[in-house]
Design a protein around this ligand. Structure first.
Ligand code: 5AD
Length: 434
C-alpha cells in the first residue's frame, strides 16, 4: 500500500486517545489536520454514556459530503460504539465502510487492504481476539513532551452502571518488558513525562510483579522525568503502592480515584466493593504519606434509588476531601449492564438538579484550593506554546495543575522550571519564573 493520509476524530477517555495514536501507526499513515486531505477518516468512539454514543453516530454523519465528493475516501468507525453496535452501524450508516473494535486495531492494515481490493465489501471486525492486543505502539509526534503508555486492556470489575467490560473485554495486563520498551521508544522521541493508562491501572500484575514493582522499574528509565498513571481503582490501593509512590522521585503528586458515590447504600448497588469509610481511610493514608498530593474523582448522580440523604452523603464527602477536580455525570442506562435491570433510577429532573448542585459547589472548592497556592513556587514541566497567547508557554505542575507562564523563552519547552503562581482560576494559573 502507498503511504496513506489519515484523519482520526477521537471521543472519550485517554485510552481512546491512545488507541487513535495506535490506529495511525497500525496503518503506518500520515496524520492530517483537515479531514478533506485524508484518504481515510476514522471516528474513534466512546460508549460510556448514551449521549456519547449518539455523538459518535452524528460525527460519522458529517463526513457523508466528503464521501460523495470523493468516492475513494474510506470512512470507518472504531472504539467502543463500534464494538457495541457493530453490524447495526453498517446497516444504519450507508457511507460507513468499516467498523473495528478496540481489540482489533493491530489488524487494521489487513482490513483496509481488503477494502481497497473489493471496495463494495463493507467490513465488521469486532472480535475479542486477545492475541497481539498490545502489538502496535502509538504514533508519537516527535518532540512532544508527554505521552501515554497502555499497560492494561479491558476491566475485570463488575460495576453495575458500566459498559467498559462489555466493549473492552476482560482485563489483560501487558508484559513488563513491552511496557519498558514502549516507554523507551517515546523517551527517545523526546517524551519527558509518560502517563501509564489502564481501566484499573493499579490492579496491573504480570508474572508475580505488582503495580508497585512496576513503578520501581519505571523510575529507572533514563531520560524519563515524570510518571503519571490513571485510572486507579480504590480497592487496589495498597500500603505498598502508597510507599512506592512516596519514595519514587518521578511519580507525580496526583491521583485520580473515582469514588462514584458518598453513600454506602449506593456504592453497594453499584458493586464498587468498598465502603465510604474505607475510601476515606485510603485518602487519609495517601495524604499522610504525600501531603501535597492532588486528588480528583468521578461521581455519578441519580443511580438507582439514590435518595436525598444518599446525595447529601456525596456532598459531605466532597466538602471533607476537597478534591481539586471532579468529573461528574448523571447516570445513563447502558445496554447489557446490570444497571439496565434496575427499574427505579432517579428521574432526570432530580438527577440534573443534583448534578448542578454538585458541580456548583465543586467549582468553588476547586477555585478555593487554587487560591491557596498563590505566590508559591512550583516545578513546572513546560509542554508547549499557549494556544491563546503566543507570548506565554503552557506547562503543568507535579499536581497536574495547568500553568500559563509569562515572560519566558521558548527554549524552556521540555524543561522543568520553577514558577511562582500569580493568578488563580478554577482550572488553571498564570505564573512567572521564580
Ligand atoms: N452513566 C454515567 N456515568 C458513567 N460513568 C461510567 N458509566 C456511566 C454511566 N452508565 C462514569 C463513571 C466513570 C467515568 C469514566 O464515567 O464516573 O468513572
Amino acid at each position: 500500500m502507498d503511504k496513506i493520509s489519515i484523519f482520526v476524530e477521537t471521543y472519550g477517555c485517554q485510552m481512546n486517545e491512545y488507541d487513535s495514536d495506535r490506529i495511525i501507526n497500525s496503518l503506518m499513515a500520515d496524520p492530517v489536520n483537515n479531514p478533506e486531505d485524508a484518504d481515510i477518516i476514522i471516528v474513534n468512539t466512546c460508549a460510556i454514556r448514551e449521549k456519547a454514543d449518539h455523538k459518535a453516530v452524528s460525527a460519522v454523519g458529517k463526513y457523508k459530503k466528503l464521501k460523495i465528493k470523493n468516492p475513494d475516501l474510506i470512512i470507518g468507525m472504531a472504539g467502543c460504539v463500534a464494538q457495541l453496535y457493530g453490524k447495526k452501524l453498517i446497516k444504519q450508516i450507508p457511507h460507513l465502510d468499516f467498523v473495528v473494535g478496540p481489540r482489533e486495531i493491530p489488524k487494521l492494515r489487513d482490513l483496509i487492504f481488503d477494502i481497497k481490493e473489493s471496495p463494495n465489501h463493507r467490513k465488521i471486525n469486532t472480535s475479542m481476539d486477545v492475541e497481539e492486543v498490545f502489538k502496535v505502539n502509538p504514533y508519537h509526534k516527535p518532540g512532544k513532551v508527554n505521552g501515554f503508555v497502555s499497560i492494561q486492556q479491558g476491566c475485570n470489575k463488575k460495576c453495575a452502571y458500566c459498559i467498559v467490560p462489555t466493549v473492552r473485554g476482560n482485563e489483560i495486563n501487558r508484559p513488563l518488558k513491552e511496557i519498558l520498551e514502549e516507554s523507551r521508544l517515546l523517551i527517545n522521541q523526546g517524551a519527558k513525562e509518560l502517563t501509564y493508562i489502564g481501566q484499573t491501572v493499579n490492579s496491573w500484575k504480570y508474572e508475580g510483579q505488582r503495580f508497585y514493582n512496576l513503578l520501581d522499574h519505571l523510575e529507572e528509565l533514563e531520560g524519563l522525568e515524570r510518571i503519571r498513571f490513571t485510572t486507579s481503582f480504590p480497592r487496589d490501593i495498597t500500603s505498598k503502592m502508597i510507599d512506592s509512590m512516596e519514595k519514587n522521585s518521578k511519580v507525580c503528586r496526583q491521583l485520580h480515584l473515582p469514588v462514584q458515590s458518598g453513600s454506602n447504600r449506593i456504592l453497594k448497588q453499584m458493586k464498587r466493593t468498598y465502603s465510604i469509610e474505607w475510601y476515606r481511610e485510603c485518602i487519609l493514608k495517601l495524604k499522610e504519606s504525600m501531603p501535597d498530593l492532588s486528588l480528583s474523582t468521578d461521581i455519578i448522580v441519580g443511580f438507582s434509588d439514590e435518595s436525598t440523604k444518599d446525595f447529601e452523603e456525596t456532598m459531605r464527602l466532597i466538602e471533607d476531601v476537597k478534591f481539586d477536580t471532579i468529573y461528574s455525570f448523571k447516570y445513563s442506562v447502558r445496554p447489557g449492564t446490570p444497571g439496565e435491570k434496575i427499574s427505579n433510577h432517579v428521574n432526570d429532573d432530580i438527577a440534573l438538579d443534583r448534578l448542578h448542585l454538585l458541580q456548583t459547589r465543586q467549582r468553588e472548592i476547586s477555585l478555593e484550593n487554587n487560591i491557596k497556592q498563590l505566590k508559591k513556587s512550583y516545578k513546572v514541566l513546560v509542554e508547549n506554546q499557549s494556544k491563546n497567547n503566543p507570548n506565554e508557554l503552557f506547562g503543568r505542575t507535579s499536581q497536574n495543575k495547568a500553568v500559563y507562564i509569562k515572560n519566558i523563552s521558548e527554549k524552556y519547552i521540555g524543561k522543568i522550571v520553577e514558577v511562582t503562581k500569580t493568578e488563580a482560576f478554577q482550572n488553571s494559573f498564570i505564573g512567572e519564573l521564580t
